[in-house]
Design a protein around this ligand. Structure first.
Ligand SMILES: [Zn+2]
Length: 183
């Protein structure tokens, strides 16, 4: 075969292929019990053949990931449709808050609205989806390769997940000393 470039054919030989990136990110936001202006984000991408990498694979992978890495059972995980520019379809990953907030809850925190989930009962911890074909095009993958290729992408806030695991009602406790006003 006379290849016009090496990278797609090299990648094709390596599929499925996954990589991750962990680093600090900065947001223009209002700091609160559930928001930090600076936090650690884990990005994950898995590339593979179209027949094996799908939304079903994404859900199954994330359920296994949350269980194996953080000990979070799949019953605590909710996928919600969302929008991100680089993925389609896109989803938010919510965890059912440790306060047990719901109409039938008798948990003590229900009497005083949970400051972490703001009484919604859910904590958003990640965004994810199937990487759009236009992204593959931009990075220079050729048409035949793109037709075979599929990929999932996940961006996850580490401190949010750890707040859930540690049942912290204020994410700012990672970087300050108690007590803090809850809001
Ligand atoms: Zn809560």
């Amino acid at each position: 075969m006379l290849a016009t470039s090496l990278s797609p054919s090299f990648l094709a030989a390596c599929l499925p292929l996954g990589f991750f990136n962990l680093g600090e990110v900065f947001r223009r936001d209002v700091e609160s019990s559930s928001h930090l202006l600076q936090f650690n984000q884990l990005d994950l991408v898995i590339l593979g053949k179209k027949e094996s990498i799908s939304s079903a694979f994404l859900f199954s992978f994330l359920k296994t990931f949350f269980l194996e890495v953080f000990g979070i059972n799949e019953q605590k995980i909710v996928f919600r449709r969302s929008y991100f520019p680089f993925t389609r379809p896109s989803f938010e990953v919510d965890l059912k808050c440790f306060c047990g907030e719901n109409l039938f809850s008798s948990h003590p925190l229900r009497q005083k609205r949970c400051s972490f989930c703001k009484g919604t009962g859910f904590i958003e911890v990640a965004g994810c989806g199937m990487i759009r074909d236009v992204v593959f095009k931009k990075v220079g993958f050729n048409q035949p390769f793109r037709e075979e290729l599929s990929a999932i992408a996940v961006g996850l806030g580490i401190e949010r997940v750890l707040s859930f695991v540690l049942k912290l009602q204020d994410i700012r406790l990672f970087y300050s000393s108690p007590p803090l006003d809850s809001n």
